[in-house]
Design a protein around this ligand. Structure first.
Ligand code: BES
Ligand code: ZN
Length: 599
């Protein structure tokens, strides 16, 4: 065996059971049918491989898949499916020869598929047709495709997907904008991507163009609102390109999913998946699109080698997102995003514990579900670390460095260690003053928030703090100077309130500012949390309807969490959860089950 051909980065990935370190997974040909009634995907995955080490077996990741048969270079073979190892799933062992080229797996998905959410018509926006979508990051692709499921393993793909006639299918690939009469759709992704970027959505979906390379998909009843909200997405792509080099994926489209989508957004290549909770009617929450777009560089183009290096995806992306928003909206706006992010960081460190190793940038997720690493540390400590470098090295110098970083590592994976070396040789070099100011080790391999953490300007939030102080000193809400506030100012206003407001104080805020019926998901979520604390029952019916439809974990966890912390609300929390659990994605169910049933 030629050991130099072994991919040492893939070898380090503790969350794949595959042996893709020894075998190149060059290309996938997927041929699947989506059965909306049975809630099942069935079909075949053909892997074109290069057996560079002449391995005797191919091992793939699976999770709750039924394997019907396996064909190797045209011959049916005897395979072995191991028992499931917790979240990692079952390794599928396939005997191959030194020259094997094609491995075909015929399979079906199971009821416990963690990536899949099947919605009844009532759970959609338009309520006419069922809907289906996947969420593969971080290690859930294996629950709908037998694959080598690690971020360091890239392949190109083609897919043929059959869906009930009348429905539209879309993937993280070249997409059609029109429905097919036959219900058969063909997809092509010629740029190599890791399995966590495999994505599929099926439903009553239509398309509207934004400009020549951007557009929006959504249910018909949502498309006009979505198109309006995303008016500036084409400009965002242009701004991103000015910062860090040309967009390498061809088109950039966004699909707005039904409200049960468990996360805010997912950077599926060519087609960002997003929650409808950012369609606020005033374009105030579109920084989420800037974030998913930024992943087209940080994440999709240059990818974290393992989930321990997650900050290389999310910290870079958060930094990049705020640079795009600064270009679009100016400093005072991006400063608000930075400050809210800083608050999230402080809260996260507090909740994890200031000395916890989970507050290091470099994570240690061995033996754990990568979902455990999904905290604001990667996002916010990561972004603030990059901001620190920017501030100390100077923006021009740092931007040149980042641009080079993206082009030097395009379509490759990178570890934290390799990044630090690149930073050292490409930017810091013999600048010992800079080296001293950054204190890199403390950021990457140390806990908490380092003392040199940069902090954004407080131009707009200082005014909000004033107004809040006045309110707390009994100035009537209507007299506060709030007339030109945007969503982020309101968020800061609410977040900064002391924990124990009286029901009367909460009521007076609601009378003046109509928070209960605000309609903006970010404001609503903070408001409902405050209402639970203050026993402001007037907000409960609206909160209930919010919880019945919205599946975004970022909103559900703090809100249910607040109810479980508040003795008089525990029963309400449990009974609401029991009623609405079925509307939530399997991954949201997993984390909420822990929260609710541990009480
Ligand atoms: N890639 C993430 C989503 C993700 C990460 C899903 C890890 C599963 C595992 C995506 O880019 C993201 O960060 N989404 C955020 C929004 C963003 C504005 C911070 C979200 O969904 O809240
Ligand atoms: Zn992200």
């Amino acid at each position: 065996m030629n050991s130099s051909a072994v991919d040492s980065m893939v070898l380090r990935d503790v969350h794949t059971l595959s042996n893709a370190a020894y075998i190149d997974m060059q290309h996938l040909d997927l041929d699947i049918a989506v059965d909306m009634a049975k809630k099942q995907i069935a079909g075949s995955a053909v892997w074109r491989i290069h057996n560079k080490t002449k391995a005797m077996e191919l091992v793939l990741d699976t999770y709750d898949l039924t394997i019907d048969s396996v064909v190797v270079d045209g011959k049916t073979v005897v395979f072995r499916l191991d028992p499931r190892i917790q979240f990692l799933g079952s390794a599928l062992h396939i005997p191959i020869g030194p020259a094997t080229k094609l491995v075909k797996v015929i399979y079906k998905t199971g009821e416990e598929a963690r990536a899949l959410q099947w919605l009844s018509p009532e759970q959609t926006h338009d309520k006419g047709q069922p809907f289906f979508y996947t969420q593969s990051e971080s290690i859930y692709a294996r629950s709908w495709i037998p694959c080598a499921d690690g971020p360091g393993i890239r392949f190109t793909y083609n897919a043929r997907v059959t869906v009930p006639t009348g429905l539209m299918a879309l993937m993280s690939a070249e997409n059609q904008t029109e429905r097919s009469d036959s219900g058969v759709y063909h997809f092509k992704m010629n740029t190599p991507i890791p399995a966590y970027l495999m994505a599929l959505a099926v439903g009553d979906i239509t398309f509207k163009s934004i400009d020549e390379r951007t557009g929006v998909y959504a249910e018909p009843g949502m498309i006009d609102k979505a198109r309006w909200e995303f008016e500036n997405v084409g400009k965002m792509v242009n701004n991103a390109e000015q910062l860090y080099g040309h967009y390498r994926w061809g088109r950039y489209d966004v699909i707005v999913l039904p409200p049960g989508f468990p996360i805010g957004g997912m950077e599926n290549p060519r087609l960002t998946f997003c929650t409808p909770t950012i369609i606020a009617g005033d374009r105030s929450l579109v920084s989420l699109i800037a974030h998913e777009l930024a992943h087209s560089w940080s994440g999709n183009l240059v990818t974290n080698a393992t989930w321990d290096d997650f900050w290389l995806n999310e910290g870079f992306t958060n930094y990049f997102e705020r640079r795009i928003m600064e270009q679009m909206m100016g400093y005072s706006y991006s400063d608000m995003l930075w400050e809210l992010g800083y608050q999230d960081l402080v809260a996260e460190v507090k909740s994890l514990g200031a000395n916890s190793k989970d507050t290091w940038l470099k994570l240690d997720l061995k033996g754990r579900d990568p979902d455990d690493g999904l905290t604001d540390i990667s996002y916010e400590k990561g972004a603030h670390f990059l901001k620190l470098i920017e501030v100390n090295a100077g923006r021009d110098r740092f931007d040149k460095f980042l641009k080079r970083y993206f082009s030097d590592h395009a379509f490759k994976t990178i570890t934290t260690e390799a990044f630090l070396t690149y930073l050292d040789t490409g930017l810091v070099k013999d600048d010992t003053v800079l080296r001293k100011k950054l204190n890199i080790n403390e950021w990457v391999y140390g806990p908490g928030i380092p003392a040199n953490c940069p902090r954004a300007g407080q131009e707009r939030f200082a005014k909000v703090d004033d107004a809040r102080d006045q309110f707390l000193n009994d100035v009537p809400p209507a007299e506060l100077a709030t007339s030109n506030w945007t969503t982020h100012e309101w968020m800061h206003f609410l977040r900064g309130m002391p924990p124990a407001l009286s029901a009367n104080q909460v009521k007076s805020l609601d009378m003046a500012f109509k928070f209960t019926n605000a309609g903006n998901s970010e404001i609503a979520d903070s408001w409902f949390i405050m209402s639970v604390r203050a026993n402001y029952t007037f907000a409960y019916p609206v909160m209930e309807s919010f919880l019945s439809t919205v599946g975004r974990r970022k909103f559900l966890e703090p809100l249910y969490g607040e109810m479980m912390k508040t003795p008089r609300c525990v029963e309400m929390g449990k009974s609401l959860y029991e009623r609405f659990r079925k509307n939530y994605h399997p991954l949201a169910q997993e984390s909420l089950d822990k929260l609710i049933y541990s009480k």
